[in-house]
Design a protein around this ligand. Structure first.
Ligand code: DHB
Ligand code: MG
Length: 216
């Protein structure tokens, strides 16, 4: 017997998509409408979305922070995994994307469960409500600021809570040398999480990879 890793070939990728995603009409339409409005098609994939749903439900997550909400695909996914009194703080830099996001969240019925904060998260996070604590931080924004986002939100994250960061396989370039500034930032981020004494960290290679650290 040997220890092997099964590569995710295109046929396996399709299999995962067919078996373990359940994108509904609202999210399908959101993707179409977002593209029509010129919002980049860079949301998480449907398989990643279902993974996040399973994960948040398994940990009974109630409140979280999302940094980089874009059109709201992941925000709605995360909100659907929370109880009816759950709450998600959405940080989005682009005011036009934030307006689209607000409409989509209303359409999905989560207006009362959501706080949208518009602006650069490294600045706006400084005003995060002091007494509030959260079960998770989902990071999918400026790749060069991932470690800063973690440092800024660390005090609000409960013990046993998780940081989940998207794109940590860096479009396939994470293990390469002589990479772009963005890829180098993601390499540094993974090392930062691995070495941070306050987290136990793994990387789940679904979609473009999600680094997940549980707060010890
Ligand atoms: C891209 C993908 C992402 O998931 C993201 O957060 C940012 C950029 C991209 O493919 O360019
Ligand atoms: Mg992403």
């Amino acid at each position: 017997m040997s220890i092997t890793t099964t590569p995710i070939t295109p046929d396996i990728d399709l299999y995962l998509e067919q078996m373990f995603s359940n994108e509904d009409d609202l999210l399908r339409q959101l993707r179409i409408d977002a593209e029509q409005q010129g919002i980049p098609s860079i949301s998480i994939g449907a398989v990643q979305a279902q993974f996040l749903s399973v994960y948040l439900r398994s940990m009974n997550a109630k409140r979280g922070i999302e940094i980089g909400s874009l059109a709201g695909y992941s925000a709605i996914t995360l909100l659907r995994a929370l109880p009816t009194d759950g709450h998600l703080y959405c940080y989005e830099r682009n005011p036009e994307y934030a307006m689209f996001l607000e409409n989509q969240i209303a359409k999905a019925g989560f207006t009362n469960n959501t706080t949208i904060v518009v602006g650069n998260a490294t600045e706006t996070l400084a005003q995060f409500p002091e007494q509030e604590t959260v079960d998770f931080i989902f990071i999918d924004a400026n790749k060069e600021a991932y470690a800063d986002y973690v440092l800024q939100t660390f005090p609000f994250l409960k013990k046993g809570g998780v940081v989940i960061a998207d794109n940590t396989l860096a479009w396939g370039d994470i293990a390469k040398n002589d990479v772009s500034k963005t890829v180098a930032s993601l390499q540094k981020f993974n090392t930062f999480m691995k070495e941070h004494q306050g987290f136990l960290t793994t990387l789940v290679p679904l979609g473009d990879g999600m680094t997940i650290g549980v707060k010890l």
